[in-house]
Design a protein around this ligand. Structure first.
Ligand code: GRF
Length: 194
């Protein structure tokens, strides 16, 4: 038996791709059963199609209130049989009521060494602060933004003359290595609980 994973994305979905590739090349405790995007032209959709993964667009702009968007999201997750929700570049803040339904069953990857640099422009801020390292963090999602319990981190050195783009690219390589391993470990823990 494998843990049923649904990925939430808003853009390119390179982390989604890393999760697909890992599960296609290794024996894993998870299977990706669906993709949900909130942006109708997100490139992640093409990746899902290529790999025959069911995808659904839930355009947040079509809803007057966040809570209604989240009802649609919840219904789709249930329809897909989600057991673990994996945010991968999903650019919507999720409300407390929604997150409570998925406590310790929803995770995110963030491009900084949390608790430093929650929110956007993480690499610019790390370089501007003169930090020696940037990196990425996998964490459980709770009602705070980028505040849930930390699961794992990878440090990436900041080089002399680094730009945010160059650092982001090097961090992204590490995200692709770290996220599938974390998803697999949590999937295994959930199977033990079942
Ligand atoms: C990644 O840097 C991730 O850490 C952040 O958004 C970016 C998503 O990239 N949350 P992608 O869509 O997975 O390529």
């Amino acid at each position: 038996m494998k843990t049923r994973v649904v990925v939430l994305a808003s853009g390119s979905g390179s982390n989604f791709q890393a999760l697909i590739d890992y599960s296609n090349t290794k024996i894993t405790n998870y299977e990706i059963v669906g993709l949900i995007v909130n942006v109708p032209n997100a490139y992640a959709l093409a990746r899902a199609q290529k790999h025959n993964i069911k995808s659904v667009v839930i355009d947040h702009k079509a809803f007057e209130e966040r809570s209604l968007f989240e009802v649609a999201l919840q219904n789709t997750l249930i329809e897909m049989g989600a057991e673990l929700v994996v945010c991968a570049g999903f650019m919507r803040i999720l409300g407390a009521a929604f997150v409570a339904k998925w406590q310790r069953r929803i995770i995110n990857i963030h491009p900084s060494l949390l608790p430093k640099y929650k929110g956007l422009h993480t690499h610019e801020r790390a370089i501007a602060a003169g930090d020696k390292h940037g990196g990425c963090t996998v964490h459980f999602v709770n009602a705070g933004v980028d505040e849930g319990e930390i699961i794992a981190q990878t440090k990436v050195p900041i080089l002399t003359g680094d730009t945010a783009e160059a650092l982001a690219a090097r961090v992204l390589v590490q995200e692709h290595a770290l996220y599938p391993q974390c998803v697999d470990k949590i999937a295994r823990d959930l199977l033990k609980l079942a």
